[in-house]
Design a protein around this ligand. Structure first.
Ligand code: BDP
Length: 327
């Protein structure tokens, strides 16, 4: 009897060790809408690499690029439910789910990207992050997404009047439809993956995005004028399903956050480089980049957007004022 036990013990120990490894190993799936060549694709790969490194392989992340796991609104829902663990999300489409996140989707709320990061790093950013975590989408790092500007085919846009009558594709959020409508255009929400085709067939007259995205998915091939209205400065996040994150050991949580922060630093450098490179590339391809000397008329046109928004969401007033007062 004794003999039998001692003989089987090593086998039991091995089996237990295997179980322990299996129980602590985490394989996560991450969603990314961007294709190869976009800064966020490189940054998400970097994030996965750093997580594996920092956890000694206990946590592995498989990143699915190019939106193959679905559109952004769908992926957001999946991350909330925990069917996808992680996403690199733009905060724009998060507004309809998490009211506080709409702060960053108000046109011209930030003076520039640095101002945006100062707000995110302050109390307003904390309020937003807490509300997102509460909704199941916990941000663990912020990415730069530059500024979004209008592009179209009929000619440069110099004033809100030039947007009049134009059907412009926007991301999924009533604030963006309201923004285009306030200029007399027709804001049309649509999945990112459908924009190229819609521009080329005239289903929409224009769209709006930052330069790296305008270039990486070829929108510049079907829209010859890019006008630097820079009306939206919206950050992006690496967001994790909150329950999944809370279920990790403290060490793993720390490793994930550290990896995300490092990946974000890498992304922000790459972002600046590739924004300049994208601009050169689209100009070389014949796109006319149009400077807008005075953006005040665009800002003024947003007065009803703010008024309607704050009338419908009076509890957002303090957060908006906090962001505006941030130096
Ligand atoms: C890009 C964002 C991406 C959005 C896309 C869009 O990085 O998250 O889905 O714009 O316009 O700049 O839908």
């Amino acid at each position: 009897m004794y003999k039998t036990i001692t003989k089987t013990l090593p086998a039991v120990a091995t089996a237990l060790a295997l179980c322990a490894t299996a129980a602590s190993a985490e394989n996560m799936r991450a969603w990314n809408i961007h294709v190869d060549g976009h800064p966020n694709t490189a940054a998400m790969d970097k994030f996965a690499e750093l997580v594996a490194e920092k956890t000694g392989g206990d946590v592995t992340i498989e990143v699915f690029h190019g939106g193959v796991l679905g559109s952004q609104p769908d992926a957001l829902e999946q991350v909330q439910l925990g069917a996808i663990d992680i996403g690199n999300f733009n905060l724009g489409p998060i507004g309809p789910i998490v009211k506080e996140a709409n702060l960053v989707s108000l046109p011209f709320i930030f003076r520039d990207v640095d101002h945006m990061f100062r707000v995110l790093d302050g109390p307003a950013g904390d309020t937003m992050a807490d509300a997102m975590a509460e909704a199941g989408i916990q941000p663990i790092a912020w990415f730069d997404a530059g500024a979004r500007s209008f592009y179209n085919n009929s000619g440069p846009i110099n004033s809100p009047a030039d947007v009049e009558g134009m059907k412009i594709r926007v991301m999924n959020n009533d604030l963006f439809t309201g923004m285009v409508n306030a200029m007399g255009g027709n804001g049309t929400p649509m999945a990112f993956s459908e924009v190229y085709q819609s521009l080329s067939t005239g289903v929409v007259d224009g769209a709006e995005n930052n330069l790296p995205s305008f270039q990486s998915v070829g929108h510049f091939e079907v829209a010859g004028f890019y006008s630097l209205s820079e009306h939206l400065i919206i950050p992006e996040c690496i967001c994790v399903n909150t329950a999944k994150f809370n279920g990790l050991s403290e060490d793993m949580q720390n490793a994930l956050v550290a990896a995300a922060q490092e990946a974000a630093e890498f992304q922000r450098v790459l972002w600046n480089e590739q924004t300049a490179a994208a601009r050169e590339a689209v100009e070389a391809a014949g796109v006319q980049i149009n400077m807008i000397e005075d953006k005040t008329p665009f800002q003024d046109a947003m007065a009803p957007v703010y008024a309607d928004y704050l009338a419908a969401n009076p509890d957002m007033t303090a957060l908006v004022e906090l962001a505006q007062a941030t130096e």
